[in-house]
Design a protein around this ligand. Sequence first.
Ligand code: LLP
Length: 416
Amino acid sequence: MAFTYRDNELYIEDVKVDEIAKKINTPTYCYSLKTIRDNFNSFYQSLPGFLICFAVKSNSNLSILKIIGQLGGGADVVSEGEIRLALAAGIPPEKIVFSGVGKTASEIRYALTVKVHQLNFESIEELKQINTIASDMGTCAMVVARLSPDIDAKTNYKISTGLYKNKFGIPMEILEKIDFKTLPNVKLCGVSAHIGSQICSLEIFLKLVNYMKDARVKLNSLGHNIRRIDLGGGLGVSYAHNKEAPPIAEYAKLLRDNLSGLDCEFICEPGRSIIANTAVLLSQVLYRKSNDFVSHVIIDAGMNDFVRPAVYGSLHQIIPAKKDPSLPIETVDIVGPVCETSDTFAKDYSIQRLKNGDLVCVCDVGAYGGSMCNTYNSRLLPAEVLINGNRISVIRNRGNYEDLLKQTIICDGIDQ
Ligand code: LLP
């Protein structure tokens, strides 16, 4: 375990978090290199022959992408920016898959120019656009249909993507009717799906696997040569008070048991299950305030640093950097400094009494944490550090006010 207490002090690998606060200040994302490697290797080793494309949107830090690439991973990307990040991190184009419901013409052109392994389409209009661009470039694009299987992922509706009513993918009924002979610059070579995120039931994945196998048979009977199945990401993790998520090994076994023997290339696109539990957000208590109704503990991390509680109502465990068993346990609301009531990390939360200056860690923030932070309230972006044994490396500098002021412009002609 990389996140442990020794003599009541929280350590990440061999670094006391207190030391990180002293050196780098707060709020800071702190990652354990060992945990990243262990999680990725669980996927890689239990799914031999699969291409494991890490979902870059879950964490787009270049050092982290580089680690994943070194371990043999590819990248699932959804924008030109993410392709560029993956390439800059050393992930080769033949391990990059490009999804997304609204790729622009220039993004499609870029993807074809750098020759990504997989270009997904999610609508007839997008397919026609790819055909036109490929024709323009004098090439034939191998494309993969992202299917909408109408499977309920039974997750938060904001991150459910596999139902007909969601904007993603293309239903089989529509795909089957496309006359590919009229589109000579695209060739359908595979099927993909991603039905949602934070999925905690293996049954749902089994449904998806069976759906994809059937889709392949159906499309091949229509004259296509489907030789790739991409199952997307979506495996959940166990957050505080959340359903128990199946371990990576069980998910992998389900895929192996139900897919082996098919003459096909397999891809999966995990994000959260690889990176969520590899980081904590280190923050400091600024103030406490109480009235007859509630006690608030105000910390220096806000919803701009970590949006998940405010956007999805998710609860992440919050732990003190220094445990003191002699202190009473209190029930408090832990909130950030941003001017919104939704800037609340935890309500009615039981934790040892905290005082100004105490350090706390918000847990399991490696996925959709650093990649979703922003400067709302004109706050600086948090720093990120990677812990490797007893080494602390800064992998993202904290934002600074000079850059913040450069983001908007005072234009000419507005002086009175
Ligand atoms: N592949 C595609 C096409 C995706 O859209 C996603 C995530 C993934 C793979 C990776 O899914 P994962 O294994 O991480 O569940 N911001 C939200 C999650 C949004 C997920 C978007 N798509 C959150 O913080 O819960």
